[in-house]
Write a protein that binds this ligand. Structure first.
Ligand SMILES: *Cc1c(COP(=O)(O)O)cnc(C)c1O
Length: 408
């Protein structure tokens, strides 16, 4: 009897010990964990994907654990397109950029890019590379950055940080940069750094690059660089019939930034920044001996884990899976808009957008569904929903049912 029970007891003790180890020795940490898990059930106001069973990253952390990488130092300091840093995932980072670049219309062998720390980090590189590119063309005259008032605040912040003069351009009622306002603001005598918003944060406005490029062609500033801030929409547009909207051949931009934790569904902040070899050639490279690598990037240490996550998604979800998700997301957005119209709740959305803004509901509904608030001079108090992969029909129906309860 004794010998038979011993192993069972051992197993029990071991299981208890393991459970105890998973419980952090601090109430605040454990509360944080419970809070995140609870919020994830309802979140609709922010462009991130709440994952059921891992979403696009399903299996990734099990693989990491199995291979003994969980606690390894994973660092991609250096240029993935130059010599590789000895302990980096640079070759995989390069594969990631080589997979995505053609989706945005870049010519084979004529692009450069990195997996960034975020959409903001991508904009930072786009703006910085743009400024250096323009300085190379016209050394004596400082450029002016043109960006719409609806643009993400990071663009204004980054221009401020980089000491670049900014002209904020007025927008139309749907948040798009107005071509006539750009025409008025454009100074032909100074280099122009144009920042297009492909999906503004609150209204989901898509700047009409064709109309704006026409204005730029007519005013002809002495040098032009175009950066596209496509943090959210740049994720799904390449997989839809609207792919031309982020295609470099169609839009003539010089660099693009996309977030990885938005449409691509990565669970920690990251992104992509892709540009042409022509732009990279105009950059001053710093070459610290100890890294044995060109340093075009602003950051020295960069995550080697995020490229692995992108690579995992390429292999496990692929173009087919991403296309399915992108198109489902647009269908569900149409469904939410139709449902809001059906119940007579004032709501607006741009074509190609997965973001719907609508008359602001009660605080209870905002809190329960984790919505983002906004205000617009014409439409008044607003809230918005970003229809990501987890905002499916069931989630939409539940939300509409809650709105119906409070309709007067
Ligand atoms: C989210 C977003 C950003 C900021 O991206 P982060 O990845 O959060 O740094 C910038 N621009 C637009 C249009 C965005 O939607």
């Amino acid at each position: 009897m004794k010998t038979l029970f011993k192993p069972i007891l051992m197993v029990c003790l071991c299981a208890c010990a393991c459970n105890a180890a998973a419980q952090a020795p601090d109430e605040k940490l454990n509360e944080y964990a419970s809070h995140i898990v609870a919020q994830a059930q309802q979140l609709k106001g922010y462009p991130v994907v709440e994952k059921q069973r891992g979403g696009n990253l399903a299996g990734f952390y099990e693989w990491l654990q199995e291979k003994g990488l969980t606690y390894m130092h994973l660092n991609n300091a250096g240029d993935p397109f130059s010599e590789n840093f000895a302990v980096s995932s640079h070759p995989l980072e390069r594969d990631v950029i080589e997979f995505f670049a053609p989706l945005y219309g870049f010519e084979p062998g004529k692009f450069w890019g990195i997996v960034t720390a975020s959409g903001t980090d991508g904009n930072n590189h786009g703006i910085y590379f743009g400024e250096k590119y323009l300085e190379n063309l016209v050394p004596d005259i400082k450029p002016i950055a043109y960006v719409s008032r609806e643009s993400h605040y990071s663009n204004m912040r980054l221009c401020d940080l980089q000491n670049i003069e900014v002209r904020l351009i007025d927008v139309d009622d749907m948040g798009r940069m107005r071509p006539d306002a750009l025409r008025k603001a454009l100074d032909p005598k100074r280099p122009a750094l144009i920042i297009f918003s492909m999906g503004s944060t609150f209204m989901g406005a898509i700047d009409d690059q064709d109309a704006l490029n026409k204005v730029i062609d007519e005013v002809k500033p002495i040098a032009v660089y175009r950066h596209v801030d496509a943090a959210l929409f740049g994720g799904y547009l390449p997989f839809t019939k609207y792919s031309d909207m982020v295609n470099i051949k169609k839009c003539r931009y010089n660099s693009i930034a996309i977030s990885g934790h938005k449409f691509y569904g990565i669970n920690t902040p990251c992104g992509l920044m892709i540009t042409t070899d022509e732009v990279v050639k105009a950059q001053t490279s710093f070459r610290p001996e100890y890294l044995n690598s060109n340093m075009f990037m602003i950051n020295c240490s960069r995550s080697a884990l995020n490229p692995l996550k992108f690579y995992w998604i390429i292999k496990n979800v692929g173009i087919e899976g991403l296309s399915r998700q992108a198109n489902e997301l647009l269908i569900n957005t149409e469904y939410l808009k139709a449902e809001l119209d059906r119940i007579g709740w004032p709501a607006w959305k741009s074509e190609m957008s997965n973001t719907i803004f609508f008359r602001r509901p009660s605080e209870e509904v905002i809190t329960k569904h984790v919505l983002a608030r906004g205000y617009h001079a014409k439409y008044g108090d607003l809230a918005h929903i970003v229809v990501m992969q987890h905002v499916d029909r069931e989630a939409i129906d539940n939300f509409i049912a809650d709105l119906l309860l409070e309709r007067p």
